[in-house]
Design a protein around this ligand. Structure first.
Ligand SMILES: C[S@@+](CC[C@H](N)C(=O)[O-])C[C@H]1O[C@@H](n2cnc3c(N)ncnc32)[C@H](O)[C@@H]1O
Length: 388
């Protein structure tokens, strides 16, 4: 994930968990045959195709700008502040009722949820660079955020079906896609996801972005089962990067692994998550804020860091699942310290400066990166065995 920033609170918790679990270990220089070596590559756009960028595509920005003409920024800011209070108090997007509400939501939240979905698709693309889906089913599509992100991530996508119960967001999505060469033919069905999914066509990629948290636990299970039934290849679930968002991802991950799914990202295994409370698995994606975005949020900083949690589940096991960097590594003149989820458990790698090439590589590791190949098993709590 490009340009993400160190999250101090998360880091404090990660470090406390490391100390508690006794996971600190040293990274051996590659010529030290007695010790285990684990290679992680810095995230780079795969060759042949650029990774999706975290900022809204120009076509979507232009469509949003056109909708903003004549809209009072104060009114939008007021609605955005009220919606954000609703979200903080545990409410959902049911408060979005009017055109102004929908636009305020799109201005305030669409850039961040878009960035999180792009980052998740980038991670998936990195693990499966040849994946070229033709169809997408976007469940709880709202203003079409995840569909736009998928379009950027996969030039192969041709068929788009979006489902949502919110009329204001649906009508905004249809308006934003009206002039898009690739998206003007989307099918956007209004109604409850569960009943719509019952008769929806299966798709190569099914996505639920920032949606699962809006429904109850029992409903989440039923919806996950239905979404999996409609998934020909990959199901991506993205949630806010909070402990509660992570818990939802974990529950659906376990449910669907039991139903035969395999994890493509972020986990390098189908086993139990090795993180122990109060730690939780989440990532961070930096995105820039437009002037309208800043006005609606009432902020001056021209960027923000969106924390998110995700899981990409596939029907077939992926060929290789490299370790993943779980927090922004600590780089000192002496060593690089990185927290990794590996195919065999959690590890804290310490790469000393004297291991020149490894140190240089480790300096480029970023929170969320994947890559490399575990050469020998390492210590730490193994993630062996599939989730029940
Ligand atoms: C927070 S918004 C996220 C929208 C979009 N996926 C995104 O990432 O920006 C959640 C969306 O889920 C929709 N939603 C929640 N529960 C739903 C349900 N039971 N059936 C259909 N849509 C639902 C809401 O209407 C809303 O559009």
């Amino acid at each position: 994930m490009y340009g993400h920033r160190h999250c101090e609170r998360s880091e404090a918790i990660h470090l406390a968990a490391q100390r508690k679990n006794g996971l600190l270990r040293r990274f051996a220089p590659r010529n030290d045959a007695d010790r285990s070596v684990l290679y992680i590559q810095c995230r780079r756009p795969p060759t042949g195709r650029p990774n999706g960028r975290p900022d809204l595509p120009a076509e979507l920005k232009a469509a949003l700008d056109a909708r903003l003409e004549g809209l009072s920024r104060n009114a939008a800011a007021g609605r955005a502040a009220s919606m954000s209070r609703t979200y903080r108090d545990g409410g959902g997007s049911g408060a979005i009722k009017s055109e102004t509400d929908a636009l305020a939501y799109a201005l305030a939240r669409m850039p961040a949820t878009y960035a999180a979905v792009v980052a998740s698709f980038n991670a998936l693309h990195e693990i499966r660079p040849d994946f070229a889906p033709a169809s997408l089913l976007d469940v709880g599509a709202g203003p079409g955020t995840a569909t736009w992100a998928a379009t950027e991530a996969f030039s192969s996508l041709r068929h788009f079906i979006l489902l949502d119960a919110n009329d204001a967001l649906r009508s905004l999505a249809l308006d934003l896609t009206r002039k898009s060469a690739r998206l003007r033919g989307i099918t956007y069905e209004p109604g409850q996801a569960r009943s719509l999914l019952g008769h929806a066509d299966a798709a190569d990629v099914v996505i639920a972005s920032y949606m699962i948290g809006e429904i109850g636990d029992a409903e989440q299970k039923a919806l996950a089962e239905l979404m999996w039934a409609k998934t020909r290849d990959t199901l991506l679930i993205v949630e806010p990067g909070t402990p509660a968002g992570y818990a939802r991802i974990l529950a659906l991950r376990a449910q669907l692994i039991a139903a035969g799914a395999h994890v493509a990202a972020p986990c390098p295994h189908d086993g139990k998550c090795p993180l122990a409370s109060p730690d939780w698995c989440h990532f961070s994606q930096r995105l820039s804020r437009s002037r309208a975005h800043m006005q609606v949020k009432g902020v001056e900083l021209p960027f923000e860091d969106e924390k998110f949690a995700y899981v990409a589940l596939t029907r077939a096991p992926v060929a290789q699942r490299p370790a993943r960097v779980l927090a922004q590594p600590d780089v000192s003149k002496v060593e690089v310290t990185a927290k990794l989820c590996t195919p065999s458990g959690l590890a804290i790698e310490k790469v000393p400066r004297r291991a020149k090439a490894d140190y240089a590589r480790a300096r480029r590791w970023r929170w969320g990166d994947a890559g490399g190949e575990e050469k020998t098993p390492i210590s730490g709590r193994p993630g062996a065995g599939r989730d029940p």
